[in-house]
Design a protein around this ligand. Structure first.
Ligand code: NAG
Ligand code: NAG
Length: 383
C-alpha cells in the first residue's frame, strides 16, 4: 500500500489508521451522493418554476399528480359542459408550479418571446400547442366535427373548449399548452372554441402563436343558426323575450337588431375579413354544417386532406340515427360503444313566424353572397 509506506514512518499508527478510515468514509459518501443524484435524475419529479424551490413535500406532489389525472379526464371530454372558473384557476396553479418551467427563468410572456413548442414530461409523448384549431361557429356543428375528426389516430384533441384566445389569454401560452393532450411524433394537436371566430382579438393572437396554424370554420345557414342559438339560450333561460322581439329593433319597420349576438354571429363575411388580415384563405377550411350532417364522410375527407392526414375516416365510421336525424359514430375515440351527440344537440326549434324568417333571409342574403365570393364556395343557403 502506497499510503502505508508514505505515512507509516512519519506518523504514529493511530493517526495513520484514522486518516485511512476517514478517507474511506469520504470515498463512500462521495459514491453514495453520486449514486443518489443519478437515481434522482432519472426519476419523474415535479419541477418548480421561477420561485426556485424544490418539491420536497412528496405528499403535496402526489396530490398534485392526482389532480393532473383528474383534469386530464375533464379536458379529454369525459366531463361535459362549460368549464367553471375554478377549473381554470386550479389548472393554472397546477401548471404554474408543476410541469411548466422545465427551463426555469422567464415568466412565460407570450408575444415576441417564442418558447419551445413542445414540453417533454415523463412518459409517452409531449404536449404541443395546437397546429389546427376549430375556430367557429357557435351552433355550426363544431362539436360533431371535433368528435368525428378525433377518430383519426393521428389527431389528438382537447375535449372541452379551452377559450384561451378569448377569455383566458392572460394565462399565457404555457398554461394553454398544459391543457393539450400528449402527442407522439406525427400526431396533430387540435382544440375547438367556436367563439374565436367572432372574437376581434383572436386572429392576431393565434397568429402570434403560430402563423402556420390551420383554421377550420364550420358554417351553417345563418338563419337556422340564429334560431338554434336562440333555442339553446331559451332552454337555459325560459323567460327570455320571443325570438321575434329580439331580432328586430323595430318590428314595424323591419329593422334587424345586428347587435344581438344570435344575429351578429351569422354575418360570416364581416368576421372573416378580420381573419384575412392575418391568415391567407388557403389556411382556413370552411366546413358546411349542413353537409357534415348529410354526408359526414365526404366532409371529413376534405378535413383530412386539409390537415395533411391520410384518409382514414370514411363511411364505415358512421351510421345514421333516423330518430335523431343525425349521423353517429360507430366507435368514437377512446370508447368501444357507439356514440351519438348528447340530447341537447339537435333539439327541436320553436316555431318562428315565417314572415320573420323571410325578413332574416333577405337580411343575410347580401352577406352570404359576399361570403361565397370570398371563400369561393357556394353553401347553398339562398337557393
Ligand atoms: C317603429 O317605427 C315606426 C315607423 O317608423 C314608428 O312609428 C315607431 O315609433 C317605431 N317604434 C319604436 C319602438 O321605435
Ligand atoms: C337513436 O337516437 C335515439 C334518440 O336520441 C336514441 O334513443 C337511440 O338509442 C338511438 N339509436 C341508436 C342506434 O343509436
Amino acid at each position: 500500500m502506497a499510503l502505508s509506506t508514505v505515512f507509516s514512518d512519519a506518523l504514529p499508527t493511530k493517526v495513520y489508521r484514522k486518516i485511512v478510515v476517514m478517507f474511506c468514509v469520504l470515498l463512500m459518501s462521495l459514491y453514495f451522493l453520486y449514486y443518489l443524484s443519478d437515481v434522482c435524475h432519472t426519476m419523474p419529479r415535479p419541477v418548480r418554476g421561477s420561485e426556485g424551490y424544490l418539491a420536497a413535500d412528496f405528499d403535496e406532489w402526489q396530490s398534485l399528480h392526482r389532480k393532473t389525472l383528474l383534469h386530464k379526464l375533464q379536458v379529454r371530454g369525459y366531463w361535459k359542459g362549460d368549464m367553471p372558473e375554478k377549473y381554470f384557476r386550479d389548472l393554472r396553479l397546477q401548471f404554474q408550479s408543476f410541469n411548466l418551467n422545465r427551463q426555469t427563468g422567464d415568466g412565460g410572456s407570450v408575444v415576441g418571446n417564442p418558447l419551445p413548442s413542445t414540453l417533454s414530461f415523463s412518459g409517452d409523448g409531449v404536449r404541443k400547442l395546437p397546429q389546427a384549431i376549430i375556430i367557429g361557429v357557435k351552433k355550426g356543428g363544431t362539436r360533431a366535427l371535433l368528435e368525428f375528426v378525433r377518430v383519426h389516430p393521428d389527431v389528438r384533441a382537447v375535449g372541452a373548449e379551452p377559450h384561451f384566445f378569448d377569455r383566458h389569454y392572460d394565462e399565457g401560452l404555457r398554461w394553454y399548452r398544459g391543457l393539450m393532450p400528449k402527442t407522439l411524433d406525427g400526431q396533430i394537436t387540435m382544440e375547438k372554441t367556436p367563439s374565436y371566430f367572432v372574437t376581434k382579438e383572436a386572429a392576431a393572437r393565434i397568429y402570434a402563436m403560430s402563423k402556420d396554424a390551420k383554421l377550420i370554420v364550420v358554417v351553417r345557414d345563418p338563419v337556422t343558426r340564429a334560431i338554434s342559438d336562440y333555442t339553446q339560450t331559451l332552454s337555459k333561460k325560459p323567460d327570455i323575450p320571443s325570438f321575434e322581439s329580439l331580432a328586430f329593433k323595430n318590428r314595424t319597420t323591419g329593422l334587424i337588431d345586428t347587435s344581438w349576438s344570435a344575429i351578429q354571429i351569422g354575418i360570416y363575411a364581416k368576421h372573416l375579413e378580420n381573419w384575412l388580415l392575418y391568415f391567407p384563405m388557403g389556411q382556413i377550411l370552411f366546413v358546411s354544417g349542413e353537409r357534415l350532417i348529410s354526408d359526414p364522410a365526404g366532409e371529413l375527407g376534405k378535413v383530412q386532406d386539409f390537415l395533411g392526414l391520410k384518409r382514414i375516416i370514411t363511411d364505415k365510421h358512421f351510421y345514421f340515427n333516423k330518430t335523431k336525424g343525425f349521423p353517429c359514430l360507430k366507435k368514437p375515440e377512446g370508447s368501444s360503444k357507439p356514440h351519438c351527440l348528447g340530447k341537447t344537440k339537435g333539439r327541436t326549434h320553436p316555431n318562428i313566424d315565417p314572415e320573420v324568417v323571410q325578413r332574416l333571409r333577405d337580411f343575410y342574403r347580401p352577406f352570404n353572397m359576399k361570403f361565397y365570393q370570398m371563400t369561393g364556395q357556394n353553401f347553398g343557403w339562398d337557393n
